[in-house]
Design a protein around this ligand. Structure first.
Ligand SMILES: Cc1cc2nc3c(=O)[nH]c(=O)nc-3n(C[C@H](O)[C@H](O)[C@H](O)COP(=O)(O)OP(=O)(O)OC[C@H]3O[C@@H](n4cnc5c(N)ncnc54)[C@H](O)[C@@H]3O)c2cc1C
Ligand code: FES
Ligand code: FES
Length: 455
């Protein structure tokens, strides 16, 4: 059994032999002496620990070392020898966008990732690109200005440039190999679904996809079954009446793929900030069993299904039936979510609202998704789903059925009865926000959905 994790760090090959559950942030700072990545929150909220993994911004506090097999990691120490760094650095300096500097390594790497994927961002896009990076002293206006200046200069120079500078050969270069250690816990990285399902027979192994839930509060000594290198779990393809989405697809991959339904993309674009979207997967979002899970809400409204597999076979379950109680799901201990099947038709006319405390990184206080499918003036499908309100996502096909088969005029006459039925069905649980607030928001959103469709 291989117990090294092989990856490149600022261009150097590393064979890491320490505990696989260690956070990359801790290994960078402790094992490799790369202290540019800072520790702010260890929960994925501040971006101070950001690094670039396989070209994508990631929060190193939420990455387990064992998931890094084959990865290319660039930290600020490797990046700071590049011409692109020099341009961005000068731009930050020119508008005094640095005060204490604590957030700056993460801020610079977030700027790089934004400008690499969008060389000419608008101010709004810059703010979105940096939404996961918190600065507590400079203030964001000068940072946004700096990124705009860097964008102009980089475009004037042309060419994307290289992520790693020549400087990766001086004292900033990490040691060629980690200090080593023994495996504290058993972790596995299978390369096929079959292999993963065989390993899943061991109930001690926790499936680990993007790690953004798991690493936010890891359990000491957990053994992980890493799912991020299994091609079958990364597919997105049209198949008959469905789009098949592999459970280990990240929110960034869903956003970038033309096959993703617009309603799902809408939710993905409001999901956290780029560094989280780059790691978090749709399968992890469903499997965590939370009624606040943003993609699960869309899947419930869309009447999507899950392909759930174990070593003996596959079963198909409507997403709505997957949730059986607060943080409880129908997943057996030897099963994995393999795919999500979303209908290809009937999702174009949708309504989606996520209500949170702040725009970026907000976990939903109330979320609402609804679909209305009208053909020749007759309602063919109506589906409403409420998230973050109760123990499970609320989906009442029986109530929605009142409007199905009606014309829009007939539905308007049934509107009060429909709203009244939902008023009785939505029983919010007490949370950080009050029960009455949640109920009011739900009913207002439902009314707005109807009115926006002329009902
Ligand atoms: C800063 C921050 C912001 C966030 N913002 C949002 C947000 O806006 N909206 C939102 O909904 N969530 C949000 N989250 C929560 C989290 O990012 C999501 O739930 C994410 O989709 C989890 O996916 P993952 O791949 O990281 O899961 P992991 O952490 O890898 O796993 C989560 C759970 O799912 C299980 N699991 C994973 N994959 C499978 C599989 N294929 N089969 C069976 N079990 C599996 C794991 O064992 C674990 O129990 C946020 C988290 C953080 C840290
Ligand atoms: S330390 Fe705050 S996001 Fe990692
Ligand atoms: S410069 Fe001090 S936190 Fe950003």
């Amino acid at each position: 059994m291989q117990n090294h994790v092989n990856f490149t760090l600022n261009g150097d090959s590393i064979a890491y032999a320490g505990p696989h559950g260690t956070r990359l942030l801790d290994a960078l700072r402790g094992e490799y002496g790369l202290t540019g990545a800072k520790c702010g929150c260890r929960e994925g909220e501040c971006g101070a620990c950001a690094v670039i993994i396989d070209g994508k911004l990631m929060n190193s506090c939420l990455v387990a070392m064992g998931s890094l097999e084959g990865a290319e990691i660039v930290t600020i120490e490797g990046y700071c020898g590049t011409e692109r760094f020099a341009v961005i650095d000068r731009a930050y300096e020119s508008v005094s966008a640095v005060q204490c500097g604590y957030c700056i390594p993460g801020m610079i790497l977030a700027s790089e990732c934004l400008l690499a994927s969008n060389p000419n961002p608008s101010e709004k896009e810059i703010r979105e690109g940096l939404a996961g990076n918190i600065c507590r002293c400079t203030g964001y206006n000068s940072i946004v200005k700096a990124v705009a200046i860097a964008s102009d200069e980089l475009r004037a120079r042309g060419g994307p440039g290289n992520l790693l500078g020549a400087a990766a050969s001086d004292s900033r270069r990490p040691a060629a190999q980690g200090k080593g250690g023994t495996l504290m816990s058993e972790c596995f990285m299978p390369y096929t679904l079959k292999e993963a399902l065989a390993l899943r027979k061991n109930p001690e192994l926790v499936p680990y996809a993007g790690g953004t839930d798991i690493m936010a509060s890891p359990k000491e000594g957990s053994g992980y079954l890493f799912l991020n290198k299994i091609p079958e779990l990364k597919i997105i393809k049209a198949d008959g009446g469905h789009i098949r989405i592999g459970a280990a697809c990240t929110f960034t991959e869903l956003l970038e793929n033309p096959l993703s339904p617009k309603i799902l993309k809408d939710a993905c674009s409001q999901f956290a900030a780029p560094a989280i979207r780059n790691a978090a997967t749709i399968g992890g979002n469903i499997a965590n069993g939370s009624p606040k899970a943003d993609s699960a809400l869309i899947l419930v409204a869309a009447d999507a299904k899950l392909r759930i597999a174990n070593a003996d076979g596959v079963r198909v379950l409507p997403v709505n039936e997957f949730y059986v109680g607060r943080n409880k799901t129908a997943l057996a201990s030897d099963e994995l979510i393999a795919e999500i099947l979303i209908p290809r038709q009937g999702l174009d006319n949708y309504y989606y609202k996520k209500v949170g405390a702040r725009e970026a990184l907000a976990i939903s206080r109330v979320s609402f998704a609804a679909i209305l499918c009208v053909d020749e003036g007759v309602i063919k499908n109506c589906a409403a789903a409420f998230g973050a309100v109760s123990d499970v996502i609320i989906r009442r096909a029986d109530i929605d059925g009142m409007l199905i088969g009606q014309t829009l005029q007939e539905a308007a006459q049934l509107k009060d009865a429909y709203l009244k039925a939902y008023d009785g069905a939505i029983v919010p649980i007490r949370g950080r926000v009050g029960v009455e607030y949640r109920k009011d928001v739900c009913m207002n959103l439902l009314r707005d959905f109807l009115e926006s469709n002329g009902i």
